[in-house]
Design a binder for this molecule. Structure first.
Ligand SMILES: [Zn+2]
Length: 95
């Protein structure tokens, strides 16, 4: 019986060109994000850790916007640039 469902799933994917995410991992949380992973196409399906339901498109947009606006600390590449950043931070601390 299993080969029948696999056959129809592969036909479905061939016709429509996308995965139905039937073969998912258990939910897990990494770096504050809770999600399952589809074992067939490696798509991440994000979940709410409170309700354990998949996030809506709106909730996904909010999550991605929050990620995009999160500040990222970048180490300057050269020693001169690092000194310039340190001088600037000393000036603002003194002012
Ligand atoms: Zn999938």
């Amino acid at each position: 019986m299993r080969w029948i469902t696999e056959f129809f799933q592969s036909v479905f994917e061939a016709i429509f060109g996308f995965c139905r995410h039937n073969n998912q991992s258990r939910p897990f949380t990494i770096e504050g994000h809770t999600y399952k992973v589809c074992m067939d196409c490696s798509q991440q399906i994000f979940y709410s850790p409170d309700t354990m339901l998949p996030l809506s498109r709106r909730e996904l947009r909010h999550m991605r916007a929050a990620q995009a606006t999160a500040s990222v600390a970048v180490m300057p590449a050269t020693a001169e640039a690092r000194e310039a950043v340190a001088r600037r931070s000393r000036k603002t601390a003194a002012a």
